[in-house]
Write a protein that binds this ligand. Structure first.
Ligand code: UDP
Ligand code: MG
Length: 310
């Protein structure tokens, strides 16, 4: 049984030596206790880092034949870097884990055990988020709830720490989208799944490579790639506004016919104009979001290029 571990890395020079040390140790123990074959290996995907990340990977690969590197031609973002690794590496099962050691590596043997018991997808799920900032915790958990409410299937508090069998990886390879939101796609694959819980750790070193901007982009992508609910909400909104305008018309007529207070209204003219203008702009913007997505997908542009592998 060949196990591969894929680690996307973007400017991770501070943590990488420690990550490599811990993961090679883990490989040895997997070989000893869980029947991982000698071909089991680590694959570090360098997502266009500008620091010495690639040099560290090269040096480690020169020392240990179980360490490999996949260098992307430029920064493509976490999801595509991970995808590049997943679709490139060999192995009966592939585990993906972040470079920063926030995902407790002790969960990997449990994932491998589940895989040996016949599971295709093992989700690593954070039990608590005690080390995350209050903002991160609330925004992330709120986000999972919104996704669920919008009808997007995701495993609560599961990020990109998981094991995939060869079968599941082949299924993943059938998804051609450029706007890849792996959590959403993988929840759609089906097959036998299970969950392994772990405690979320502090980042071992270095800073988060997910600034708020990237985080919001990922969150937005998760919604618009998997849910047409915002588009449908526009229809409902349009319907409500139409109903409201019938009401307003009736009211205006009543005032005009049955009372003598019918001063030609400024408010009743201007308010609807502003209101409808707002609704229309919002709706057009919303539709535009999806059109932009169709635009990006219809070009069928390649998702990444691999510069070098070792
Ligand atoms: N990452 C990447 N490309 C990017 C941004 C991040 O490959 O453009 C990697 C990063 O090196 C790390 C993982 O994605 O291995 C998760 O990033 P990070 O730990 O900074 O995110 P956080 O845990 O703060 O959400
Ligand atoms: Mg992290």
């Amino acid at each position: 049984m060949q196990i591969s571990i894929v680690v996307p890395c973007f400017n991770e020079q501070e943590v990488l030596p420690e990550t490599i040390a811990r993961l090679t140790q883990l490989l040895s123990s997997l070989a000893a206790s869980h029947g991982a074959s000698g071909h089991s290996a680590l694959y570090f995907v360098d997502d266009g880092s500008s620091d010495s990340t690639w040099a560290i990977i090269e040096a480690a690969a020169a020392q240990d034949p179980r360490v490999h590197g996949i260098k992307l031609s430029r920064n493509r973002g976490h999801q595509l870097a991970l995808l590049a690794g997943l679709l490139t590496v060999p192995g009966d099962a592939v585990v993906s884990v972040d470079a920063d050691l926030q995902d407790d590596l002790a969960a990997i043997p449990a994932m491998v055990s589940d895989f040996r018991a016949g599971t295709d997808i093992v989700f690593g799920v954070r039990r608590k988020r005690t080390v995350d900032t209050l903002f991160k915790r609330l925004s992330a958990e709120g986000y999972y709830r919104i996704l669920k409410w919008l009808g997007v299937e995701v495993v609560f508090n599961h990020a990109d720490y998981r094991l995939l069998s060869r079968r599941a990886l082949e299924a993943l390879g059938e998804y051609p989208e450029v706007n890849m939101f792996l959590r959403g796609v993988i929840s759609q694959l089906g097959f036998r799944t299970s969950i392994v819980y772990y405690e979320r750790q502090e980042r071992f070193a270095g800073e988060s490579k997910y600034p708020l901007r990237k985080m919001l982009a990922l969150a937005w992508n998760g919604v618009t790639s998997f849910s047409a609910a915002p588009l449908r909400a526009i229809t409902s909104l349009g319907f409500l506004v139409s109903l409201a305008s019938i009401g307003v018309t009736l009211w205006a007529l009543t005032v005009r016919i049955f009372t003598d207070r019918a001063v030609p209204g400024w408010a009743s003219t201007v308010v609807p104009i502003y209101f409808l203008g707002g609704v229309q702009l919002l709706s057009i913007g919303m539709v535009g979001e999806y059109v932009a997505k169709i635009y990006a997908e219809s070009k069928r542009r390649p998702r990444y290029f691999i510069d070098r592998t070792i």
